[in-house]
Design a protein around this ligand. Structure first.
Ligand code: TYD
Length: 201
């Protein structure tokens, strides 16, 4: 079976959650079984880890952060994403392993390869097939952010290095990545993603 796991990625304020919902609806209206997931979280264990990761007063060292994201994700892969793909559903992820590669690998400077290795160990081959980067200028993104969590309040230099990491990964892996201008009206963003989906599958 052809696994269809689409990850929506980007820095703060790119509008991923709205786009995920609309994309899910569009794919459902084409008759597909669609499962929406968000990271960190998406399972009881993952939501508990999310609390630790994002609490504004938390003190979390960079590798602790990387491993907690990986742990939440491993649970989501085992409990939700893997089984959904196995039964033929489409999965839309509001963030994915690529957030860890960009935020922890790039933003926290732990190294994209190192962070990928830690994640790969826990994912059992569950990995996004198509990664959509919603591209927004870091200043605009921070202005659009609803409420800043511990990582979202890192400031514009951090957001820029995360955006650079997404751009570098997209350039390295054009088969898997598509970049969409997130400043477009949301319907146009969804339309562009549907076009990429059609090309991919
Ligand atoms: P999220 O709740 O998705 O917030 P947003 O609305 O910004 O998308 O993500 C919470 C924060 O966690 C966000 O600042 C991005 C960060 N993050 C990482 O640093 N690494 C990761 O692997 C993931 C999934 C998120």
């Amino acid at each position: 079976m052809n696994p269809r796991y689409i990850a929506l990625e980007g820095i703060e304020g790119a509008g991923k959650s709205t786009v995920a919902r609309l994309l899910g609806r569009a794919l459902e209206s084409q008759g597909h079984d669609v499962v929406l997931v968000r990271e960190p979280g998406g399972t009881p264990t993952g939501e508990a880890i999310r609390e630790v990761l994002l609490h504004p007063d938390g003190v979390v060292a960079p590798w602790t952060e990387a491993m907690l994201f990986a742990a939440s994700r491993a649970q989501l892969a085992a409990e939700v994403i893997g089984p959904a793909l196995d039964r033929g559903a489409w999965v839309i992820g509001d963030r994915s392993v690529y957030s860890s590669l960009a935020y922890q690998g790039g933003g926290r400077e732990l190294g994209i390869g190192e962070v990928a290795a830690v994640n790969r160990a826990g994912l059992g081959g569950v990995w996004p097939d198509l990664v959509v980067v919603l591209d927004v200028d870091p200043h605009t993104g921070l202005d659009r952010q609803d409420d800043a969590d511990r990582i979202g309040s890192e400031g514009v230099a951090f957001q820029s290095s995360v955006a650079d990491a997404f751009a570098a990964m997209a350039a390295d892996d054009p088969q898997r990545f598509v970049t969409v201008d997130a400043s477009l009206p949301v319907d146009d963003v969804v339309e562009a993603i549907l076009k990429a989906v059609e090309q991919r599958w």
